[in-house]
Design a protein around this ligand. Sequence first.
Ligand code: DX5
Ligand code: ZN
Length: 215
Amino acid sequence: MPLVSPSLLSADFGHLAQDIEMLNSSEADWYHLDVMDGVFVPNISFGFPVMQAMANHARKPLDVHLMIERPEKFVDQVKALGSHVMNVHYEACPHLHRVVQQIKNAGMLAGVTLNPHTPVAVLEDIIDDLDLVMLMSVNPGFGGQKFIEHSVEKTARLRELIDRRQAKALIEIDGGVNVHTGAKLVKAGADVLVAGSAVFSAPDPAAEILALKNL
Ligand code: DX5
Ligand code: ZN
């Protein structure tokens, strides 16, 4: 059974508390918070004051996805939210090993995210240090995009790398995940599914979360 991490990027920002209450009473495992800086990605989402408001209502672990340059500057602030997972992009971190240690020293799970064009092989020398690897199955920056099918094969390759090294990293997939793409991803070895539009545009979001859990 995969963990399901609904992305609040697709929530109704005018009624965030209400959407978070829905998640609190659903089968969701984590809450995925997408931070964008308009530099690393061509969009801006929300920052710490909004995430603090979300955290105040959330009764499950936060899974923070930083689509920003210099994410190492914000380790303490992400920790202060009470975050469980801090995901940074491989492409944004020239000193990735140092950032990963900072995240772990702060007491969070260290996640490294790869853009669609970045091969899993770049993680060969750091995989043992990671708690989680997240593969982007769309180009980061926007919700509601079309799933890149190649991500299924890429998930299987990441599974093979982790198993071969007997590493413990969880595999999380983000972008275009719904029950159809999610089924293929779970079969390929995914542990955590992020879903934004599939959950929040469903007629019954809690039922959609349950359907993803049951893949
Ligand atoms: C995209 C974000 C995703 C996004 C996923 O840049 O990282 O988390 O919210 O949205 P869907 O599930 O609609 O593709
Ligand atoms: Zn995300």
